[in-house]
Design a protein around this ligand. Structure first.
Ligand code: FE2
Ligand code: FE2
Length: 250
């Protein structure tokens, strides 16, 4: 059974905890004139996710489906949702569409550019092209401007079953989980530039894919996560789009 919880005005967190994996998988439904689902969940979870969407809207009304990067938990049930919702379009970057979606999806996708805003009605979703952040070449992130909600994907992944929403410390728990997933997020100067962009958006809510959503000083949470990631002594640094030295920020 998936839990449904409104984390910001019109934005619903759909959460399924899988005890065997000790992790929660979260999808986010933006209920609006043109409803958008960010993350589909795995195909295996599709019946649960579908029922959860149905608690908020008629799933056949879904207009857009988007996700950060092509992984089973982020986009595994894309085609199942495209079949349920005949008007729905998959939305991703040109890179994501060319490399993955054109082959994977049952219908052509809508391509969005860096900084492009998708008008959903009351909600305006701005997309950021962020290759390798949180991970995977095709990665994108998104920011809902009306509510100040950042679709943070895997940035704040926390293992274990948690509350649906928190305003407490996210970073200590995130880094504890990262100790079990040491190559989870590549860290480079490119990563630092993405953090610059995310912090400049001044989000107030973090819609995290694994673990609770966050409401509060999300800019500080991002700064603290950046500092923690770049401070890990045994992290293998990657050099995507920049030099080998990590950017530090106090
Ligand atoms: Fe991921
Ligand atoms: Fe994920």
């Amino acid at each position: 059974m998936a839990e449904v919880h409104e984390i910001a005005d019109g934005i619903f967190r759909i959460a399924t905890f899988i005890p065997e994996a000790n992790i929660t998988f979260n999808q986010f439904l933006i209920a609006d004139e043109k409803p958008l689902l960010f993350h589909t969940g795995q195909r295996l979870l599709f019946p649960l996710t579908l029922e959860a969407v149905r608690q908020v809207i008629d799933p056949s009304r879904l207009r857009y489906i988007s996700w950060s990067h092509l992984e089973a938990d982020e986009s595994g049930a894309l085609n199942e949702f495209l079949q349920i919702a005949p008007q729905a379009e998959a939305v991703h970057s040109e890179l994501g569409v060319v490399v993955n979606v054109n082959d994977f999806a049952i219908r052509p996708a809508k391509t969005i550019g860096d900084g492009e805003v998708l008008d959903l009605g009351r909600h305006k979703l701005r997309f950021l092209i962020t290759p390798q952040v949180p991970h995977c070449w095709d990665a994108i992130l998104a920011f809902e401007e009306t509510t100040g909600t950042l679709m943070a994907s895997d940035l704040f992944t926390q293992l274990g079953e948690k509350t649906s929403m928190t305003s407490g410390d996210m970073v200590e728990r995130t880094m504890a989980s990262h100790k079990q997933l040491p190559t989870y997020i590549p860290v480079s100067q490119h990563t630092a530039r993405v953090f610059d962009r995310l912090e400049a958006l001044r989000p107030g809510v973090l819609a995290c894919m694994h673990g609770p959503a966050f409401s509060g000083d999300a800019v500080q949470a991002l700064r603290d996560l950046r500092t923690a990631l770049f401070s890990e002594p045994d992290r293998e640094l990657t050099t995507i789009g920049g030099g080998a030295e990590p950017a530090r920020r106090s």
